[in-house]
Design a protein around this ligand. Structure first.
Ligand code: CO
Length: 200
């Protein structure tokens, strides 16, 4: 079991080194944020957005949930989306999934946790739509293909959301990216060209 004190010690060391290397960093941070990205990703501990993209505090506004879902009646997601698009005017939204996603696996095979099974129900429906393709694959390939299909489906939902469509109608620059992270290599893959407008 990891001692939580290690997190506090590491934080202090980080804060001190950040302050001595970049004296303007914390005073500037305190003035406000202007992130270039909204990141919608999985809660999985192996996919920390800032760390895997070499980003600093202040660069990425983040929403994470199990299996990176865009759910219309999720008040948390809607608040994050509206604030980042309308107030912060982020020019990019990255919908990022990852291979070997436990949430996607739960959608295919079920899991012992009822709240998780309920949460991933949209992926169960998605798997039904693509059952012919998925059934031809072996277990790991099937999970990973559904991870990809899930990223594409969630990015589609984002592009169709009222908040994003309104931003595009108003001529606000806003791209939606569909990415997936490979746990084995630490590398991000672009699944398709970004959506740049309502015609996407
Ligand atoms: Co996951």
């Amino acid at each position: 079991m990891m001692n939580p004190a290690i997190l506090l010690e590491n934080n202090l060391a980080w804060a001190n080194s950040q302050k001595s290397n970049f004296p303007d960093f914390f005073p500037k941070s305190a003035e406000g944020q202007s992130p270039g990205f909204l990141w919608i990703g999985c809660s999985d501990s192996r996919v920390p957005p800032s760390r895997i993209t070499g980003s600093d505090p202040g660069q990425i506004f983040v929403h994470r949930n199990i299996a990176n879902l865009v759910v219309e009646n999720d008040a948390n997601l809607q608040a994050v989306l509206q604030y980042s698009v309308e107030a912060l005017k982020v020019p990019n939204i990255v919908l990022c999934g990852h291979y070997r996603c436990g949430g996607v696996q739960a959608a295919l095979n079920g899991c012992p946790y009822e709240s998780v099974n309920q949460w991933v129900r949209p992926i169960v429906d998605l798997a039904k739509v693509h059952s012919e393709e998925l059934e031809r694959l072996e277990e790991t390939a099937r999970i990973n293909r559904l991870c990809e299909l899930n990223v594409l489906a969630q990015a589609d939902l984002l592009a169709q959301s009222k908040i994003v469509r309104t931003a595009w109608e108003n001529g606000q620059p806003l791209q939606i990216h569909s990415w997936i992270y490979q746990i084995e290599s630490g590398k991000l893959e672009v699944l398709r060209e970004p959506f740049v407008s309502a015609s996407a």
